[in-house]
Design a protein around this ligand. Structure first.
Ligand code: KIV
Ligand code: ZN
Length: 534
């Protein structure tokens, strides 16, 4: 059977390789809301996790398979080492999905074989097809990856790929695991596979790459020119070490430069048929969701989704853009879902106008979420005359992207100034429902607030990142605070928006503490279950 694709397949691994970023760990609800957003974005495949690694990962893959892997939705994929236990666990987790894929991998580079696997080439050549065949007993859709392909001997790689395809792999994925290759080399590697693997027409060639040298996206684009048809990527490029290839950069490169890429897919250069299935207008929203939930902020100059990506600072540029946008802009901010619609609502706007605008912006809120968001909107509208779409998104994200509320901030007050000792008082409702008030002094107002919160909550942790940015321009803008803290080697993030950045800072800290406590509660209940089953 000839398995080929006349467009580029987008395989999103934000929830698997992306979640391997230091400190990006997500809970089940958060993974589910990212998976729903990826489905709205139009990705073809969601790699939802690595089910064998933990009960939490298993449950997340299973739940995403159930809720997002419905008919008409994306294929849900689970990662598995080339071992029967891993593959069986992935097969089990993926059962509820309408379309499921098992992605199994084993390393092929000599350095991995010698030091990590302690296996010979002939052993790997036997294991790969055997495990692909085993994965086929769970689903027809099996992807095989020779890990560290970028540093593997190409002749050995061809043999392993041929064996994996003979055993039934329908996608062969070529990872540059350590982000070592340059675009020319990666393109040549894919071209070599296309030419030298005799049965390659029976599988889709996929690419996977890390950004250690900042070349992942360039490498993928070169791979497409040489026959790759599936791209493994993550939102905002998050992932192990320097991250993975960024989905938004790949998709927009293929969209903006479609005339250049069309002929490599056998289309006339002027064809307007999209090269991917992605709804590009969902990009900005998905990027913000991933950044808010992982606590991994996006650098302002990041391509496509950075805050400055569409800003023109210099007078010459501004003048040119005003005369004709095309002088300095190769794409329209609206194409990634950024709106130009500025002043939309104010304090006299009612619930209907509020919910209509949210629907127009693509938000589907439950009745409870809408009620909570509307109360917040009224509070903000009392302080800020004009509420823009950006403010609305910040309000809704702040209300809907929060972990289960264990601690609740009831009150915060600070006094500070150049002659004052920064002092904060907080009142917090504990998970047991008790209201506790305490106060502390600090080096600055945020430090004082965090110390006061620590006195009440009593959870030892280390604050490792604090960032504040304004949602819009202007002196009355809302501030968004993102923080990350570490507890027993794990990182937890918190995010909040408010017109008062001290309140936003306090709420972001409580949000991170709630994530931390939620994770501790889950660990305890997993341990209790494990003891009960012994
Ligand atoms: O980077 C890598 O090699 C991987 C594989 C599991 C595909 O993530
Ligand atoms: Zn990877």
């Amino acid at each position: 059977m000839n398995v080929q694709s006349d467009r580029i397949i987008i395989f999103d691994t934000t929830l698997r390789d992306g979640e391997q970023s230091p400190g990006a760990s997500l809970n089940l609800d958060e993974k589910l809301s990212i998976a729903k957003s990826l489905a709205r974005l139009g990705v073809d495949i969601i790699e939802a996790g690595f089910p064998y690694t933990s009960p939490g990962d298993f449950e997340a893959v299973q739940r995403i398979a159930e809720v997002v892997g419905i008919e008409g939705g994306p294929t849900i994929c689970g990662l598995a080492r080339a071992r029967t236990e891993d593959i069986a666990r992935a097969g089990e987790a993926l059962k509820p999905a309408h379309k499921s894929r098992i992605h199994t991998f084993i390393a092929t580079s000599d350095i991995h074989l010698k030091y990590k696997l302690k296996r010979s080439r002939s052993e790997v050549l036997a294991i790969a097809p055997e495990m692909v065949a085993y994965a086929k007993t769970f689903t027809d859709d099996v992807e095989f990856s020779p890990e560290d392909a970028g540093r593997s001997d190409p002749e050995f790689l061809y043999q392993v790929l041929e064996a994996a395809i003979d055993a039934g792999a329908t996608t062969v994925n070529i990872p540059d695991t350590v982000g070592y290759l340059t675009p020319g080399e990666f393109g040549a590697l894919i071209g070599g596979i296309k030419k030298n693997v005799p049965n390659i027409d029976r599988a889709i060639i996929s690419v996977h790459g890390h950004n250690d040298l900042g070349l992942a996206v360039a490498n993928f684009l070169e791979a497409i020119k040489n026959g790759a048809r599936q791209l493994e990527c993550t939102i905002n490029g998050i992932g192990e070490r320097a991250g993975n290839a960024a989905l938004e950069e790949l998709v927009m490169a293929l969209y903006v430069r479609r005339q250049y890429f069309n002929p490599f897919l056998g289309r006339p250069a002027e064809s307007e048929e999209p090269l991917t299935n992605i709804d590009t207008r969902q990009i900005a929203k998905t990027s913000r969701l991933v950044s808010n939930l992982t606590g991994m902020t996006v650098q302002p100059n990041k391509a496509i989704v950075g805050a400055n990506a569409f800003a023109h600072e210099s007078g010459i540029h501004q003048d040119g853009v005003l005369k004709n946008r095309l002088t300095y802009e190769i794409m329209d901010a609206e194409s990634i879902g950024l709106t130009n619609n500025l002043i939309v609502l104010g304090k006299l706007s009612g619930r209907h106008a509020f919910s209509t605008r949210l629907k127009e912006l693509g938000y589907e809120l439950s009745e409870t979420e809408l009620n909570k968001a509307f109360v917040r909107f009224k509070e903000v509208a009392d302080k800020k005359k004009e509420i823009t779409d950006w403010d609305l998104e910040a309000i809704v994200n702040d209300e809907t992207q929060q972990p289960a509320e264990l601690f609740r901030l009831e009150f915060v007050q600070v006094s500070c100034g150049d002659r004052a000792c920064p002092t904060a008082t907080v009142t917090i409702r504990t998970p047991e429902g008790e209201e506790r008030t305490d106060a502390a002094i600090g080096t600055g107002p945020v430090d004082a607030v965090y110390k006061a919160i620590n006195r009440v909550t009593n959870i030892p942790n280390e604050l490792i990142e604090f960032s504040v940015k304004s949602v819009t321009e202007g002196i009355d803008a809302m501030g968004e605070v993102t923080i990350r803290l570490r507890h027993q080697g794990r990182t937890y993030s918190g995010h909040a928006a408010n017109t008062d950045i001290i309140v936003a800072s306090a709420r972001a800290y409580i949000s991170a503490l709630n994530r931390l406590c939620g994770a501790l509660q889950r660990q305890q209940s997993d341990a209790t279950q494990a003891i009960a089953t012994i």
